[in-house]
Design a protein around this ligand. Structure first.
Ligand code: PXL
Length: 280
């Protein structure tokens, strides 16, 4: 059985990070080990305030040391939201300890959305995240995170050449295959784009633009993408499955958005995900 370790926080309520990664990667038939980086009462996104935050930074090296004594091997190391600069350094050490020639390092550089950094993140944190990206096979930023990683202004007015240029520049940070999510040139289609710096090839995948945004969809995309590449899918297949499933989740949430404003109803779509994995 394939095994992924996912390193990110547990937001106890709010449907993101580990509460999304665990069910999604498990549904894809992959064993999912976790290293929780922090426990929050909710996520820190729009609509929540006064959340608790218990930092688990010092637990991470202890977990890694124990695992080293057991000679554990993972097919992918997948990181998401990291709560402090120190945590980024510790995760970087984890990559040195558990990264091998035959596993993938996947970094979702969670920094912000809609042109803004999430609460508590600074330019210094962005610089740290850039260094972590340099160690990755895949990085999966959205358009906001792309702008921050590249030090360019955020814009919603762009074309395919802009995306290709951004992908090339993300690869220059040192990662092999950058993937940008939330790409849309108009109101009709939205999707994701990737660049494989080894073959110098670009990949795109688009689906219907449902013109709604929900918190945690980046985590859904990255979890599916991590699962798909771990299962040996090629880059185009990974993009196609991740885009299709993420759009399914957004569409499934629309009828429930009054009640589920803080996240998406991905649970209603897990059956489809299992089919997509088998089909491709
Ligand atoms: O979805 C990304 C994410 C993960 N974890 C926490 C967050 C966010 C985004 O706001 O606040 C705690």
């Amino acid at each position: 059985m394939k095994k992924i370790v996912s390193i990110q926080d547990i937001s106890c309520f709010g449907k993101c990070s580990l509460t999304v990664a665990l069910p999604i990667i498990s549904a894809m038939g992959i064993e999912t080990a976790v290293i929780p980086t922090a426990v929050l009462s909710t996520h820190t996104g729009e609509g929540f305030s006064g959340y608790t935050f218990r930092d688990l930074t010092s637990d991470i090296p202890a977990i890694a040391s124990h695992w080293k004594t057991m000679d554990l091997h993972f097919d992918a190391l997948y990181t998401g939201y990291l709560g402090s600069m120190e945590q980024v350094d510790i995760v970087s050490d984890f990559f040195d300890d558990f990264g091998t020639d035959d596993n993938y390092i996947i970094v979702d550089p969670v920094l912000g959305d809609a042109g803004k950094l999430y609460a508590g993140f600074t330019d210094e944190f962005v610089e740290k995240m850039k260094k972590l990206c340099a160690k990755a096979d895949f990085i999966i930023p959205n358009m906001t995170e792309t702008a921050f990683l590249l030090g360019i202004p955020y814009t919603e007015d762009y074309d395919e050449n802009y995306v290709k240029d951004a992908l090339r520049r993300l690869a220059e940070l040192g990662c092999k295959t950058p993937v940008i999510t939330g790409v849309h040139y108009d109101d009709k289609l939205q999707g994701a784009a990737a660049y494989d710096s080894e073959s110098d090839r670009y990949y795109f995948s688009f689906g219907r633009n449902v013109n709604s945004r929900f918190h945690g969809t980046g985590d859904i995309f990255s979890s599916v993408f991590s699962g798909a590449c771990t299962l040996g899918k090629d880059i185009q297949q990974c993009l196609d499955i991740s885009v299709k499933f993420t759009l399914d989740c957004i569409e499934a949430t629309i009828p429930h958005m009054e009640e589920t404003w803080y996240g998406s109803c991905f649970e209603l779509c897990l059956g489809k995900l299992i089919d997509y994995v088998k089909e491709q």
